[in-house]
Design a binder for this molecule. Sequence first.
Ligand code: PMT
Length: 396
Amino acid sequence: MELKGKHVVLGVTGGIAAYKAAELVRLLVKQGAEVQVAMTEGASHFVTATTFQALSGRPVFTDQWDARMPNAMAHIDLSRQADLILVAPASADFLARIAHGLADDLLTTMVLARDCPLLVAPAMNRQMWENPATRRNAAQLLADGVGLLGPASGEQACGEVGAGRMLEPEEILDEVLTFFTPKVLAGKKLLLTAGPTFEAIDPVRGITNLSSGRMGYALARAARQAGAEVTLVSGPVALPTPAGVERIDVRSALDMQAAVMARAGEADIFIAVAAVADYRVAKAAEHKLKKDLGGVPPIELVENPDILAGVAALKNGPFCVGFAAESQNLEAYAQAKRRKKNIPLIVGNLIQDGFGGDDNRLVLVDDDGVHPLAPASKSTLARQLIEHIANLTGGN
Ligand code: PMT
């Protein structure tokens, strides 16, 4: 419920992407936002007001002369209730009209009369997006302080391929969350590791673990939303890169160490979320091991370097945060790891809570003692941890 108490006016204009606005309403409402939909006449050719009414739980407004507004000033009343006006999809025609200050229907009038920020997610055919007139209008809107979300590139409803697709509803939600998140890490460079490592035995086999990367990716996203410049060094996972985050893919602990050490000197904060293999195979076989060679192949293991301890030992290095996944004695083991690695903050989680799923239960251990967080989704916990780190590092 990251948007609890936030009032969002969602403007929907005429375009095939209007059907995706229904999913966007659902996602915003799920995050606790109060969503008021205002549609243009064009949008109602693609989706009905009933769909939006059912999903938002509020009547939808299309007409500036709507008799439901007692003072006949829908454009003022609706925009005054809003913390944000978001228009998705925003057609080329809509961009042109608001770039020129036209106010010839409810949505454009509301935009002109607003006293809150405006974000627009353009959606149109690629030629329309590339047209100099649209580029001029988009540049004018940016200069006027309007936030442009996308557009993305890809296959379009008309069958052509190029820039002009509306961002996906999840991506737009991400931008809205970023908009509302206090920028407690503004100006900070944050480096983090996530996921498992994979230590090769031969070209097709290896030693790895069940880390999904979810906790680390949620932290990368929360840190970026809090204004940090984020670099994510990721072991092999099947997750999309959070918007605005630089991602470096690695496989083994040695690869991860090299990627981290190349960047740690620049970082203000380092968070080691990865489940790094403690050992690697001393010499991975060049060719696939054959079963019929007789006997079980011996696999000699050697210890991997401790990446976190290496960063913590740097002179003038970043503020270091470690994670500890334990199956028992969580606090005591987390304390011991904090001391051993000489880091100011360690985050303990029980193995059964942390690995793989969407939820987790964290215990933060720092100089001030032990701070248990209530069980929650990894994204909620990530936001709380980022706030805690911002407090410890003197963030805004
Ligand atoms: O990816 P998910 O499925 O969401 O799961 C998240 C998680 C459970 C993997 C994560 O929350 C977590 O707890 N990660 C740390 C796992 C662990 O216990 O690691 P460790 O005890 O081996 O290491 C302690 C700390 O040192 C960790 O911060 C680790 O990243 C770091 N480390 C460990 C070994 C090593 N060679 N280099 C390291 O940097």
